[in-house]
Design a protein. Structure first.
Length: 279
């Protein structure tokens, strides 16, 4: 059981002042936290017991005991929860190290919060779909296009549109045997939210891929899948979050392919041979 510190870091800025005060103390003193009671943490952090309970609810855990177990799991792995910034006139060697470290850390952090139960639900939904539509805007549209390409290669009827108007138009035509995957790191992209709402009106199954925490898109989806990545201004191009989103798509794709492994391999080989013939 892991992911307590990851969840806290990802959500810290969105917490109420009273919850943020406790959260900051936990991040600075994780070892003390796992050995504390609610009363002890309240005294040490300067927050109230009620605020600690609210914090646990905000972090999506059942209570303080579960939070301590997740933090203890983080400490046992001895992993560094550290994202690094690109600095003025960094050397090429430094940039290589920083970018790679951030991408690796983003995937590691996402593994700690991605719930296997929800991934299984998403895979079951996708496996039974007649058509799959992937929606995303901007950098998230690149994720949607990648997903469309992957699923198409194993003969799953899938679609992705770069034009936002085409996205909404297609969403209005969806039926109960269709599934949509809506991708938005913030979870607040208006066009993607509209696509999900139209899809729901037609009875289609809905899956979202967003950042961890409370957001509009995940609250509306049947199956909310979440990633985490400490994006900041210098990474406004969604670098490490894009890697984490692609990783989730790969998980879904390979899980679907494994359901009918022999046939999937045949389709992949067939497409590979066709592409080789046209080189």
């Amino acid at each position: 059981m892991k992911g307590g510190l990851v969840r806290l870091r990802a959500l810290l800025d969105d917490l109420t002042p009273s919850e943020r005060k406790i959260g900051a103390y936990i991040l600075e003193h994780p070892q003390e936290t796992v050995q504390s009671s609610v009363a002890q943490l309240s005294e040490r952090s300067g927050g109230s017991p009620a605020a600690i309970i609210r914090l646990c609810k905000s972090l999506g855990v059942t209570g303080f005991q579960e939070l301590k177990l997740k933090i203890a799991g983080d400490l046992q792995t001895n992993e560094q929860f550290q994202y690094t910034e690109i600095r003025p006139k960094d050397s090429i060697e430094s940039i290589i190290q920083h970018v790679s470290t951030n991408n690796i850390q983003s995937i590691k952090d996402t593994v700690h919060i991605l719930e296997p139960r929800l991934v299984d639900q998403a895979v079951n939904m996708l496996n039974g779909a007649n058509r799959i539509f992937f929606y995303g805007v901007g950098a998230s549209n690149l994720i949607a296009l990648d997903a469309h390409y992957k699923f198409m290669r194993i003969n799953r009827t899938s679609f992705s549109f770069a034009d936002p108007h085409m996205q909404i138009s297609s969403a209005t035509t969806l039926r109960e045997d269709d599934v949509v995957v809506c991708i938005s790191y913030s979870g607040e992209t208006s066009n993607v939210i509209s696509c999900l709402k139209h899809a729901r009106e037609g009875g289609a199954g809905t899956i979202s891929i967003t950042k961890w925490g409370s957001n509009t898109l995940s609250s509306l989806a049947d199956v909310p899948l979440m990633i985490t990545s400490m994006e900041s201004d210098i990474r406004s191009g969604a670098t490490s979050s894009r890697i984490a989103q692609l990783n989730v798509i790969d998980i879904l794709y390979l899980a679907i392919a494994s359901r009918d492994y022999n046939q999937s391999v045949q389709y992949l080989e067939k497409s590979r041979q066709a592409i080789q013939e046209h080189k």
